[in-house]
Design a protein around this ligand. Structure first.
Ligand SMILES: NC(=O)c1ccc[n+]([C@@H]2O[C@H](COP(=O)([O-])OP(=O)(O)OC[C@H]3O[C@@H](n4cnc5c(N)ncnc54)[C@H](OP(=O)(O)O)[C@@H]3O)[C@@H](O)[C@H]2O)c1
Length: 221
């Protein structure tokens, strides 16, 4: 399974403001770029924190992108996989009325009728990401698009599970020591290395496309 992280970030390295508000700060072009990445995916991974704040997820709207999915033998919409320890998500969120397949990836033994599938993979506290990746691949997911937020993405960097990274630099400064960044936590003992594959600028935004350089598993231990 190939996993692709897609994030927008301010020039000072923040993916949201200090209040973690739902304010969208990238351009319509970046929205289109995000839609194109989502349209490539068999499934999309999103943290419960992001979903609670935004209320909806990114689905494919452009009929041409949907048509291309059908031609590739994919479902009309990628599966939206929500990551949550608690599974505590308001059933009135607009997300639950979006016409998309929904899975829940959780550590808790819970039943939620709003989800087509519940995957319980972990030790009660944390999702076992390595096992989750194997399970998702076994369930036929070849391309996974990771949409954030910060806590989920940090866990995935720590587990070395991000294969590609699309990063849009937006012409803003948020500041704030608590504003989330693309990798937080206590810091990676060994920095992850990336190779720059493509750069593009549109207006004042810069679009970067990186691929992770695979290091020997021994180096990452
Ligand atoms: N700029 C961008 O491209 C971009 C993209 C996405 C999000 N964002 C921003 O990021 C912010 C949200 O990020 P966030 O860090 O607060 O939330 P998040 O990463 O979206 O979700 C955090 C939640 O995920 C679950 N979770 C996290 N780690 C887990 C683990 N190891 N095992 C099981 N479940 C786990 C927990 O859910 P439960 O609490 O349900 O147990 C946790 O509360 C928002 O401000 C949003 O706007 C920005």
């Amino acid at each position: 399974m190939r996993s692709t992280l897609v994030l927008a970030m301010t020039v000072d390295g923040k993916i949201a403001d200090g209040d973690r508000s739902a304010a969208k700060f990238s351009s319509p072009q970046d929205f289109r770029h995000l839609e194109e990445q989502v349209a490539q995916a068999d499934a999309v991974l999103i943290g419960a924190g992001t979903l609670r704040i935004h209320g909806t997820t990114m689905r494919v709207l452009d009929p041409d992108l949907i048509q291309a999915r059908v031609q590739r033998g994919q479902t009309l919409q990628p599966i939206q996989i929500v990551c949550s320890r608690s599974g505590d998500l308001d059933p009135d969120l607009k997300f639950f009325r979006q016409p998309v397949p929904r899975w829940l990836l959780t550590t808790a033994s819970i039943k939620r009728k709003e989800f087509d599938r519940v995957l319980q993979i972990g030790d009660g506290q944390n999702i076992d990401w390595q096992r989750a990746w194997l399970e998702l691949a076994n369930l036929g997911i070849d391309r996974l698009c990771i949409l954030g937020g910060s806590e989920i993405v940090t866990a995935l960097w720590e587990q070395d599970l991000v294969d590609e990274f699309h990063l849009t630099i937006c012409p803003l400064i948020f500041g704030g020591s608590t504003a989330p960044t693309p990798c937080m936590g206590s810091g990676l003992a060994i920095p992850r290395q990336l190779e720059l594959i493509e750069t593009k600028s549109i207006g004042s935004e810069v679009y970067l496309y990186y691929r992770r350089i695979t290091l020997s598993p021994k180096v990452l231990l």
